[in-house]
Design a protein around this ligand. Structure first.
Ligand code: MRU
Length: 350
């Protein structure tokens, strides 16, 4: 894998000496600490606890988790290890519910195992590496397609972290922003801080400043004024799942941004690889929205900030109806006003 040093220096997932190496995103932006994992339970815990997050990154990590599990099971029960692997795959699948890339990657690994011959351990590693490399390639393609829509002199707002940290590398929405920045089209990049986990303030701001793309943070509640003052022409976000009708499930707050965009006549773009499309669900209403612990809202940096006795509701994602999406960008191109018919015309993933 070659890394273009030009505004693209970060790779948070690596396969090193037979182990999965993950940049611990809970410690960013102040510490760059890597965790080395050698079993499926460790990978599932890393996904659940947000060491690694972002839909494609979760899927890629789970794929390497299957490789680790297969090695362990083979050593444990050389004749009968394939059956034992199902339990590990269930553990990985239970790590987080909303990002479809997790289930997509596990299905790909299961398909690979079913088709593999005697050397299935090597085939599984090859498949995980392929999933990883294909994701980076898809991000570069999306970057080109998305940047092609943006007029020179535009400023953009993004939400959560959709960059190299959230993917195999380069990023989805942040990949479009990288490409548009490299093309000299952007006058500014704004990032919402993304309460409660602060992916925008901690991760996107770290990633962009490190890659020499200036970024201005706003509180999530400043977005409407930013649009009203015409300081941005585009909002560009990623997705954890896009259902057959084009509904977009993404980080909580995305729906607010889409409504605000429509009100202010601002373009709303979703960049998501085809591995994020879920044709099995007709609409976003059927998607399980992860609810995380109340302490993420009631505390900040480990200190309680809410009045004693207050409770909290903490959905991690929301559903943006397809009719609020101006463009859906995949590696296959840009779709204006996405709907079921246009999505169905996409080529299946090879
Ligand atoms: O809870 P997270 O940090 O895993 O949520 C991530 C997002 O919502 C991203 O926008 C999404 O995964 C698309 S990014 C490639």
């Amino acid at each position: 894998m070659t890394i273009d040093e030009d505004h693209d220096s970060i790779r948070a997932i690596r396969w090193e000496d037979g182990r999965l190496c993950l940049l611990d995103q809970r410690r960013l932006p102040f510490e760059e600490h890597y965790l080395y994992l050698d079993d499926a339970a460790g990978v599932a815990a890393a996904i659940r606890d947000m060491v690694v997050r972002g839909a494609p990154a979760i899927g890629i990590s789970a794929a390497y988790g299957v490789v680790l599990a297969a090695r362990r099971r083979q050593a444990q029960a050389p004749g009968d290890w394939r059956g034992l692997l199902d339990a590990d795959i269930r553990v990985l699948a239970a790590a987080r519910p909303t990002a479809v890339n997790l289930f997509w990657a596990l299905e790909r690994m299961q398909g690979c195992l079913a088709a593999a011959g005697v050397d299935s351990g090597a085939a599984l590693l090859e498949e995980a590496r392929r999933i990883h490399a294909q994701d980076i390639d898809a991000n570069h393609r999306m970057g080109e397609h998305g940047a092609g829509l943006i007029q020179a002199g535009a400023a953009v707002l993004t939400h959560c972290n959709t960059g190299s940290l959230a993917t195999g590398g380069y990023g989805t929405a942040l990949g479009v922003i990288r490409s548009a920045w490299k093309a000299g089209k952007l006058t500014g990049v704004y990032a919402g801080e993304t309460r409660p986990w602060l992916q925008g303030a901690r991760l996107t701001a770290w990633e962009l400043t490190r890659d020499r793309i200036p970024v201005t943070l706003i509180t999530d509640s400043a977005a409407a004024l930013l649009m009203h003052r015409e300081r941005v022409q585009w909002v560009i976000v990623g997705a954890d799942r896009v259902t057959a009708n084009g509904d977009v499930i993404n980080k909580i707050g995305t729906y607010n941004l889409a409504i605000n965009c429509r009100h202010h006549g601002i373009n709303f773009m979703v960049a998501a690889p085809c591995s994020t499309l879920d044709f099995s669900l007709a609409s976003g209403q059927a998607v399980e929205i992860e609810e995380r612990g109340a302490d993420e809202v009631l505390t900040l940096g480990g200190e309680r900030i809410a009045a004693p006795g207050a409770m909290a509701w903490n959905p991690a994602f929301d559903v943006t109806p397809a009719e609020l999406v101006d463009y859906l960008v995949t590696e296959q191109g840009a779709i204006g006003a996405p709907d079921a018919e246009k999505l169905a015309a996409l080529r299946p993933l090879g």
